[in-house]
Design a protein around this ligand. Structure first.
Ligand code: GLN
Length: 314
């Protein structure tokens, strides 16, 4: 495993395709050469290469984990009433796609659905809700996580598109009148600082049924693991989700900070950091690494079909 990720690191390090996100001005300060690959098995064995301790903001990779909190705090039916689970085939920041009849956002991975989901974290005050969020993320990664204040402020002062999305949802009464509080929480969750190693532990926790395999701490009730992985599988890479499912076959999530994680259920978690992004806002090197790990390790979730049939004797 260690040799394999070192081989991939050296193969993909020379790639210079893609560019840094700059619509959040602070993100343009990242080092384009940074590259880290981390793997953590569902038993808690860790393999790493490159800049695995380099911190970056989690951005959209926070979305499925906040969806998990919403499920835990409000239950499946109430969450489904507020946010759908249907892929859009659109970009992450698409503004127009609220379901015509229900006015629900299509899914919790696009920004509209993610902002509506941030509104579903239980707590009596904004501080309570932020503390709840940070405690859950700490359980996933195995140590405390904190927001990057500069990135938070940068997005808060320039995130007009997200503000417009939130106000559109307020217009349809899909979120409450405390729009600024909801957006602050969304921008805070996006600005949490993580490493590729942290992402691999988060993915391994999902691969291990919701329990962090290093600490033994449960981060998500078992019954919601499948909900979270299902929306990551069908919607995690926005308008690239179908091709990703076809080629790589793993629930995965990308973020414009340059991180990406992928989950091989029951087997392992992958975390990659490289901030050069393609036109969809996904790390170019991370896509290559996940694609190759999936094919070299036979991780595609539907690769099992043959062995299951032969075991049952048909
Ligand atoms: N905070 C970013 C935004 O809302 C997250 C986008 C992403 O990582 N795809 O625009």
């Amino acid at each position: 495993m260690q040799e394999l990720i070192e081989e991939l690191y050296h193969r993909y390090l020379p790639i210079r395709e893609g560019k840094l996100a700059d619509y959040i001005p602070e993100l343009a300060k990242a080092n384009p050469d940074s590259f880290g690959i981390s793997l953590v098995t569902a038993q808690g064995q860790c393999y790493e290469v490159g800049d695995c301790g380099r911190k970056f903001t989690i951005q959209s990779i926070s979305k499925p984990f906040v969806y998990g909190i919403a499920l835990e705090d409000f239950g499946r039916e109430e969450v489904l009433r507020r946010v759908g689970v249907e892929p859009t085939g659109d970009a992450f920041n698409s503004i127009i796609r609220l379901d015509e009849a229900s006015k629900r956002p299509y899914n919790p991975m696009v920004n509209a659905g993610a902002i509506a989901t941030s509104n579903l974290i239980a707590g009596a005050s904004p501080a309570d809700r932020l503390n709840r969020l940070m405690a859950v993320f700490a359980a996933y990664v195995g140590h405390e996580v904190n927001p990057d204040m500069a990135v938070f402020l940068s997005e808060r002062s320039t995130g007009h598109r997200n503000r417009a999305i939130a106000h559109l949802m307020l217009n349809f009464r899909m979120i409450g009148p405390n729009v600024d509080e909801i957006l602050d929480l969304y921008f805070q969750q996006c600005s949490l600082l993580v490493t590729s190693s942290d992402l691999a532990w988060m993915a391994a926790t999902l691969a291990n049924g919701g329990v962090n395999p290093g600490s033994g701490v449960r981060a998500l009730p078992r019954q919601y693991v499948r909900d979270l992985l299902s929306v990551m599988f069908t919607c995690g890479l926005y308008d690239f989700s179908g091709e990703w499912a076809y080629r790589v076959g793993l629930p995965a999530k990308s973020g414009v900070g340059g991180g990406m994680l992928a989950v091989a259920p029951g087997r392992l978690g992958i975390g990659v950091y490289s901030p050069l992004l393609d036109e969809r806002g996904t790390s170019v090197r991370a896509i290559r690494v996940c694609q190759e790990l999936s094919s070299r390790l036979g991780l595609h979730v539907f690769d099992q079909t043959e062995s299951i049939l032969s075991e049952s004797g048909s």
